[in-house]
Write a protein that binds this ligand. Structure first.
Ligand SMILES: *[C@@H]1O[C@H](CO)[C@@H](O)[C@H](O)[C@H]1NC(C)=O
Ligand SMILES: *[C@@H]1O[C@H](CO)[C@@H](O)[C@H](O)[C@H]1NC(C)=O
Ligand SMILES: *[C@@H]1O[C@H](CO)[C@@H](O)[C@H](O)[C@H]1NC(C)=O
Length: 446
């Protein structure tokens, strides 16, 4: 399979609460897919595809950022495969059936594949068979979550003819993903399992994997399972994605925590309703961007939500690349053009989003000329992107800087995508409401 087909992504979106779309970017071959971006901006489906993720921003959402109760914390260590997304295998049901799910810090609802269709694209995956699980139950229509317009849940639900709570996503290409809301346990081991959690059970979907929704919403996996912290280490990947490297994932305490530097989450009062803000996302205070030794002249204002909620900076495992709002993006592009503009491919835009691209023959040299890039956050926290990692091979012979303009996706936030989280521990500490970063060699067992 060539690399361009591996990155084909279909876009999907859903109208919700009348004025609100959820875009679900789906990629076919090598997995992935995801999530849900919601936006009230234009919904030109031809333009937003790419590597999106999952913000479920919802102006009608309760923030539900309540403090985690003091209960024994779940501790679990696992690995995941990294391609365009982080694909984790979780043991679902009783006895456990291994299910592949995309770890997505940008969305709320988790769902598993319950249909029997064999995916067209290898590797073969097995969908979940509810009839084999003693802990499976369906969510009846009488459940409050199935009432239309429930404020902090962004799925369009309805009651089907069997009195089951049904949800559906419409994809931009006309296909449909749908299923029922159910309750099921995640059984990590004999001694560690969750209570039955609310999940989507997809009866119809073209994706190979489910989604593990990990945002701050009260129906995310993290909230329902009362996870106090979780962390992952994204390994370096090959440009062509033929080899999917393995990373490490922890629920609960991470033994490497002493090396982490933390930045507090920005929180937003529930009373503060801002149309473009996703209050359930992991939002941190970004201060600036440095390319080589040069601090770009970007006002910190553009990295924070304005009165309409535009400009929040989100750490998202479900989005592949990094996206910056216009003002920040322009400054980055200006500097890169100054350094290597002569070698840039004119008129070439990958996925209608990445427009700083080069022919492969130049790729090593380009990285060297641009230098390292540093994303600077509050509390002196930095993400350093090595010059060798500035470019990603997007298709045969073409490398692009892994940064796009948010507007090209129709979103109003800055998003730090998983491409810029490589060789880094990223810990989401829910109890202390902060995000930690620690440099690491993620392809080793860590
Ligand atoms: C959608 O995008 C396409 C291609 O970029 C463009 O030709 C078309 O005019 C756009 N439509 C709207 C409604 O913006
Ligand atoms: C993918 O990249 C790796 C390393 O760069 C290379 O060994 C492999 O042959 C490539 N595979 C394809 C199909 O291009
Ligand atoms: C930084 O940018 C602002 C507004 O874009 C401009 O007014 C100011 O002169 C710039 N400062 C430097 C040192 O270039």
């Amino acid at each position: 399979m060539d690399s361009s087909s591996s990155k084909k992504i279909l876009l999907l979106f859903v109208t919700f609460l009348n004025f609100f779309y959820i875009l679900l970017a789906k990629n076919t071959p090598f997995s992935m897919s995801f999530p849900l971006i919601s936006t009230q901006l234009s919904h030109n489906s031809s333009s937003k595809a790419l590597f999106l993720s999952s913000l479920m921003a919802n102006s009608h959402q309760n923030t539900n950022t309540k403090i985690m109760p003091r209960v024994p914390s779940l501790n679990y260590k696992s690995t995941f495969k990294y391609s365009m997304a982080l694909i984790i295998t979780l043991p679902i049901g009783t006895p456990p059936q291994n299910q592949q799910m995309v770890l997505d810090t940008g969305s709320q609802l988790s769902w598993i594949q319950c249909h029997k269709k064999i995916p067209k694209i290898p590797p073969p995956t097995t969908s979940f068979d509810p009839s084999l699980s003693s802990s499976f139950s369906v969510l009846p229509c009488s459940h409050p979550l199935c009432k239309p317009r429930i404020p902090d849940f962004t799925l369009p639900t309805s009651c089907d003819q069997n009195r089951l709570c049904h949800y559906s996503y419409f994809y931009a290409d006309g296909t449909l993903a749908e299923g029922n809301l159910v309750r099921e346990k995640i059984t990590f081991s004999r001694s560690q399992s969750t209570p039955p959690l609310i999940l989507g059970c997809a009866t119809e979907s073209d994706d190979a994997e489910g989604i593990l929704g990990m945002n701050l919403g009260r129906f995310s996996f993290a909230s329902q399972a009362k996870v106090q912290k979780f962390s992952y280490c994204v390994p370096i990947r090959q440009g062509n994605h033929t080899v999917k490297p393995t990373g490490t994932f922890y629920l609960g305490q991470n033994p490497n925590f002493r090396t982490f530097r933390y930045v507090n989450l920005l929180t937003f009062p529930q009373s503060q309703r801002m149309p473009n803000l996703d209050p359930l996302a992991y939002t941190i205070g970004m201060l600036g961007i440095k390319i080589g030794e040069k601090n770009l002249n970007i006002s910190t204002r553009v990295f924070r939500p304005n009165a309409g909620g535009s400009g929040q900076t989100i750490v998202d495992s479900g989005t592949e690349y990094t996206f910056l709002v216009e003002e920040a993006y322009n400054k980055v592009r200006e500097e890169i053009v100054r350094l290597v503009g002569r070698k840039m491919k004119r008129g070439y835009v990958y996925g209608e989003a990445l427009d700083m691209c080069f022919d492969s023959v130049h790729s090593m040299e380009i990285g060297r000329l641009i230098g390292d890039m540093t994303l600077q956050f509050e509390n002196g926290v930095e993400i350093l992107i090595n010059k060798e990692m500035m470019l990603d091979e997007v298709e045969g012979g073409i490398h692009c800087v892994g940064i796009g303009r948010s507007e090209s996706l129709g979103i109003a936030s800055n998003i730090i995508g998983n491409f810029h989280q490589q060789n880094l521990w990223v810990e989401f500490d829910l109890r202390n409401r902060r995000v930690g970063f620690g440099k690491s060699e993620c392809s080793m067992q860590v």
